[in-house]
Design a protein around this ligand. Structure first.
Ligand code: ZN
Length: 309
């Protein structure tokens, strides 16, 4: 879950005399890059995605197969049917078009709350089931959901360079538009601070997408060994598997207990922290979950604490 960059605010003055200091498309750019660090599509995944796109006529002329992970970013005015699928003759929605790829929801609080609620089932099950009098259809929908929102209605709450004039009440109302149960289903809540444009330009020595993809592939290989299944990932571990594969030492147990108590976390969030910690350990090639992995995973639940404490 990413906060937007302040420059996305159209009220920021623009003109020849005022060079934009912030990058305008930061969060969208980050989200778009996500498929480039995920493992390449396998042939069977490619065929599944291709089948969905050809069923709705979205293949480009001359294109025979979808070979890269899809990236979909529907507008917040998208209807429930547009998002999860539906219609008189049921057609797949954005969640299915993002199958094996990334679904990016920008300005999350602007989406209709009920529309977002219907996302819960596909996020949980990896499929969408649409029932009609004549037939029941099931579309695949295994995707990575990325959503962005401002920390407050004006967007400057966490920005040291600009002053936020929103009241506590306005901020609560704004954040209240997103349902707790949906947030609870998102694994990682991350603050993306505003980055001055020149710093972004200068930051060329970070890990490249190719290097990151290698790390992700290595972590996925560890998961394939663990589960004996190349498609199963840590994110989909059952409660029983979390108990089996996410053992902690005494220090880790204490750290997690304390976090759960202080942040008032749900049982679901508790397991999510362990799944995320397992993945952080896999990315580092570590067999056991260590305290550093766990505390990093705990930090990714910050919206639980801020919104629902
Ligand atoms: Zn504000």
């Amino acid at each position: 879950m990413w906060h937007r960059f302040p420059s996305g605010d159209r009220r920021q003055p623009r003109g020849a005399w005022c060079k934009p200091v912030y990058t305008v498309t930061g969060k969208t750019m980050l989200a778009r890059r996500l498929p480039t660090i995920l493992p390449m599509l396998g042939l069977d995944e490619s065929l599944e995605t291709t089948r969905i796109y050809s069923s709705v006529g979205l293949m480009r002329p001359g294109q025979s197969i979808i070979a890269t992970r899809p990236f979909r970013s529907p507008h917040h005015t998208t209807s429930e049917a547009g998002l999860v699928g539906g219609g008189t003759v049921p057609a797949p929605g954005e969640v299915s078009l993002a199958h094996h790829g990334v679904l990016f929801l920008d300005e999350l609080p602007e989406f209709n709350r009920h529309t977002l609620e219907v996302l819960r089932q596909p996020l949980e099950d990896g499929v969408v089931t649409i029932s009609r009098a004549t037939a029941t259809l099931t579309f695949p929908a295994r995707l990575m959901l990325v959503a962005a929102l401002n920390p407050c209605p004006c967007g400057y709450l966490t920005d040291p360079r600009r002053e936020c004039h929103c009241t506590q009440r306005q901020i609560r109302a704004y954040m209240g538009k997103i349902s707790g149960p949906l947030l609870d289903r998102i694994d990682i809540h991350l603050d993306v601070p505003a980055v001055p444009y020149r710093e972004l330009r200068a930051a060329r020595d970070g890990a490249s997408s190719a290097r990151m993809r290698e790390q992700v592939q290595q972590a996925r290989a560890a998961q394939a060994d663990r589960f004996g299944d190349t498609r199963m990932t840590n994110a989909h571990m059952s409660h029983r598997q979390v108990k089996q594969y996410c053992g902690l030492d005494d220090a880790g147990e204490m750290l997690l207990k304390q976090a759960v108590r202080e942040m008032g976390l749900s049982a679901r969030a508790h397991d999510k922290i362990l799944r995320t910690a397992r993945t952080i350990a896999d990315l580092e090639g570590a067999d056991a979950i260590e305290a550093t992995h766990l505390s990093e995973a705990v930090q990714y639940r910050r919206l639980d604490r801020n919104l629902f404490a």
